[in-house]
Design a protein around this ligand. Structure first.
Ligand code: FAD
Length: 320
């Protein structure tokens, strides 16, 4: 029997959405392994976070002032402690900026293998078979983990709804490790993305690529974004050229976004860009090149000149 431990990412705004996706995945895995789902919620105070985690069988609450605000060293220690004391077969962590730190640190500390960038997880006999995106999504690697392992799961790989059961989980307190009292790092300040922009929270994004030609043409995209009630995003060349700030960059070395609507304008769809936006619910692409890879992930596409389409589209939206 193998249990599945979910690391519940959280902040002052509550439980992160990825935690529900992990809980849904954990339920399926635990059914296959004949085990239970345990959810580790580690924070300064956990009482307000626990009620959201009804999809777990057991909520493990670990409290310590060093756990809020988020500090990687503290959360690595917390997850390490939970793995050592609960000995789960599977540990699931979001493949997020924080999750990658926490999972890697805890996997190393407990000497368990780490399988990152998972987009699929299934039980086969007593093993876990994972599909992971590697090389920026260019390849899918399949791995088979026979014993205990730590897996980081890409946002959008599993539906969050399955992890949002209104059930009531049992609760247990897990003692915080003593190391939390003697950390080598300390939290100083959180700095908001420049200009207060956080494209990761936008429901709608209009992103521009090199096809926009130059900063003098950005207005066309800004007008479309305004008509859609969207934020403006960008591919890396647009940011590297200084046309838009880094906080607006989508992709491997920028932000990972999952908006309801993503409009890609003059973006070719390089793997490093797709890595940051392919989980958007609805993707529209505008590109004059019908062979551009962006059309492989787009739900709808327009193979026309953006300079023809954008003004017409904005005008139509403004009129409606
Ligand atoms: C380690 C690493 C990290 C990276 N991180 C990122 C990242 O975070 N984000 C990112 O975006 N990239 C990233 N890149 C860069 C990535 O590989 C691509 O170079 C980049 O995404 C290309 O940007 P683009 O699509 O805007 O430009 P291009 O590839 O040049 O594409 C421009 C597109 O515009 C189209 N176009 C041109 N004119 C028009 C027109 N008038 N109307 C309609 N369409 C038109 C063209 O057909 C073309 O498809 C990274 C690369 C590396 C190596």
């Amino acid at each position: 029997m193998g249990n599945v431990l979910v690391y519940v990412e959280n902040s002052e705004t509550g439980v992160a959405p990825i935690a529900f996706e992990l809980l849904g995945a954990a339920r399926r895995l635990a059914a296959g392994l004949g085990g239970e789902v345990e959810a580790l919620v580690a924070a300064g105070a956990t009482a307000e976070l626990a009620p959201a985690l009804g999809a777990a069988d057991v909520i493990l609450r670990m409290e310590h002032p060093a756990l809020s605000p988020y500090l990687p060293e503290a959360h690595v220690a917390a997850l390490t402690e939970a793995i050592r004391s609960r000995d789960p077969q599977v540990v699931l962590v979001g493949n997020t900026s924080a999750g990658i730190d926490v999972a890697a640190g805890a996997a190393a500390a407990t000497q368990r293998p780490l399988v990152a960038y998972c987009t699929g997880l299934a039980v086969d006999g007593e093993a876990v078979v994972a599909h992971s995106q590697v090389y920026g999504g260019k390849l899918v690697a399949t791995t088979r983990t026979e014993g205990p392992g730590v897996f980081t799961v890409v946002a959008g790989a599993f539906p969050g709804a399955e992890g949002q059961s209104g059930g009531k989980a049992a609760e247990a307190t897990l003692a915080a490790p003593a190391t939390l009292g003697s950390l080598h790092t300390r939290f100083i300040a959180a700095t908001a993305p420049s200009g207060g922009i956080d494209i990761g929270r936008a429901d709608r994004l209009v992103s521009v690529g090199r096809g926009i030609g130059g900063p003098e043409n950005l207005e066309l995209a800004q007008e479309l974004a305004a008509a859609l009630g969207a934020e403006l995003g960008a591919s890396r060349p647009v940011v590297d050229s200084g046309w838009l700030p880094k906080a607006r960059q989508v992709g491997k070395s920028g932000m990972t976004v999952k908006p309801k609507l993503y409009v890609a304008v003059g973006i070719s769809g390089a793997p490093e860009h797709l890595e940051g936006m392919r989980e958007a619910e609805l993707i529209l692409a505008v590109n004059s090149d019908a062979n551009a890879p962006i059309f492989e992930v787009a739900h709808f596409g327009s193979t026309c000149d953006l300079f023809d389409l954008l003004p017409a589209l904005t005008e139509r939206l403004q009129a409606s």
